[in-house]
Design a protein around this ligand. Structure first.
Ligand code: PMP
Length: 481
């Protein structure tokens, strides 16, 4: 199956592929030649347990999805200006999972295209320009989305914050501006939502209105964050009062990953309904297909402009056949139920490990969306970035694929294909336990250094940003030992 040996692939990649396109495990990349279910196989036939691939949602190369794609591509593929059953049946399936208000679909090819169209719809419908986005958010690679993705525009070489973009705190109740240690958990949603109100007030005082508030229903790049109860309910009220629409980015977290529901926003209550929902990644199980779902009113505003929307590949018969097969497989293979049961088992086991390893500062998650935050010191919550990177690399040696997220890259993230089993959880936990023991050696050194610093001063004076600087200098000290 291999056309080149691994070193030739690396050499050609280095020569021909843009160097900004980075690989997982950069120092020692893996060459994957095939995959099935929750396993990926390298060129030597080694199997890797895939804990991070949220795209291959129903399992890599699921036979029903493969068959649907092959059958359709052998029959017809063309743009959606011809009548075809697949596109309308796909829309019908998706809308059957949505609140009744969300009743119109647009088909596109990627999460980025979906979010770009969502912003365009919001601009047309509201006539406003100002957008509220969250700290550490990522919404896609198009220029319009880099501008509203703090994760990208804030980088040293990034484009910086545009004047129409307003940044609100990530509703991270472990490490964010308002934390469970300082506030009652039922108040946290309100406290974070109040910040959105302040932004809305400020924009209105300047004589403008809000165009949109965009957020993932659970924040992936932010570090596997589950927003506190009531957060979206209150945010949506403030945004609408200021003339804006609310966009739920479900590109990573949608299609039943949370188990109990089809969509992440549904975790916040039946009455919490976005104006626009975007979806992608899991929708095609690896095939490029994505969508924007919105209300009749927003879609009417778009129609009234008289400008036609045409997208060459969006909603083509093959993409829709694939999306339909993914949807049917989620139901047939009971994958939401599996996410619920296996996700709970995973979380329970992670909590057991957290009691054993002081380096685990926090465990959080819903369904098969889980984050394990590593810290050098539980009280100071200093991110254990280097140790997280060590753990990921050691787990890879043991053929478990993981990665980190969060602004400090210290959150071990798990969002495996939805066919993940309890046996897979056991394998992960056993190895993670062993490798955390190895990591403890590093941590002991760190604790000695931390104890030599005046803890009270740090606790009272440090903002999270300062804590990050402190963490970097601490880790440099560790390296120098
Ligand atoms: N939104 C979110 C939350 C994402 O994670 C991503 C991709 N990582 C996108 C949008 C963009 O999707 P795509 O890469 O398919 O354009």
């Amino acid at each position: 199956m291999e056309q080149l040996n691994k070193s030739e692939t690396i050499a050609l990649r280095r020569e021909y592929i843009g160097q900004s396109c980075q690989l997982f495990f950069r120092k020692d990349p893996i060459k994957i030649v095939r995959a099935q279910g929750q396993y990926m196989y390298d060129e030597r036939g080694n199997a890797y347990l895939d804990c991070i691939n949220n795209v291959c949602h129903v399992g890599h190369c699921h036979p029903d999805v493969v068959k649907a794609a092959c059958d359709q591509i052998a029959t017809l593929n063309t743009n959606n200006r011809f009548l075809h059953d697949n596109i309308v049946l796909c829309a019908e399936r998706i809308l059957s999972t949505m609140p009744a208000e969300l009743s119109v679909c647009y088909f596109v090819n990627s999460g980025s295209e979906a979010n770009d169209l969502a912003i365009r719809l919001a601009q047309i419908h509201t006539g406003n320009k100002d957008i509220i986005t969250l700290e550490h958010a990522y919404h896609g690679h198009l220029t319009s989305l880099i501008d509203i993705s703090h994760y990208k525009f804030n980088l040293p070489g990034g484009v910086g914050q545009k004047d129409y973009v307003h940044l609100a705190s990530c509703p991270d109740t472990y490490r964010g501006k308002f934390q469970t240690t300082d506030y009652k958990s039922e108040d946290l949603g309100h406290l974070y939502a109040d910040e959105i109100k302040e932004i809305c007030d400020q924009v209105q005082e300047e004589g403008k209105g809000i165009c949109a508030y965009i957020a993932e229903s659970m924040l992936s790049c932010g570090g596997q964050i589950i927003p506190p109860p009531n957060y979206f309910r209150e945010v949506y009220q403030h945004v609408r009062k200021a003339g804006g629409v609310c966009i739920a980015d479900e590109v990573q977290v949608g299609f039943g990953r949370v188990g109990k529901f089809w969509w992440g926003f549904q975790l916040q209550g039946e009455d919490v309904i976005p104006d626009i929902v975007t979806m992608g990644k899991p929708m095609g199980n690896g095939h490029p297909v994505a969508a924007v779902i919105t209300t009749k009113a927003i879609s009417e505003s778009f129609r009234k402009t008289g400008v036609e929307y045409f997208n060459t590949y969006g909603g083509n018969p093959v993409s829709c056949a694939v999306a339909n097969a993914v949807f049917d497989t989620i139901i047939k293979d009971k994958l939401r139920e599996n996410a619920l049961v296996v996700g709970e088992y995973l979380l329970d086991n992670c909590h057991v490990l957290a009691r054993k390893h002081s380096i685990i500062g926090d465990v959080r998650g819903v369904g098969l969306f889980v984050g394990i935050e590593l810290v050098l010191d539980k009280e100071l919550k200093i991110p254990a970035t280097e140790i997280a990177s060590y753990v990921i690399s050691r787990m890879k040696d043991e053929h478990i694929l993981l990665s980190t997220d969060g602004p400090d890259c210290n959150v071990i993230k798990l969002k495996p294909p939805m066919v993940f089993t309890k046996d897979n959880v056991d394998t992960f936990i056993t190895l993670f336990d062993r490798i955390l023991k190895e990591a403890r050696e590093h941590q002991d050194l760190t604790s000695t250094i931390i104890k030599s610093v005046n803890k009270d001063t740090i606790l009272t004076d440090l903002s999270n940003k300062d804590a990050r600087t402190f963490k970097k200098s601490t880790e440099q000290k560790i390296k120098s030992i």
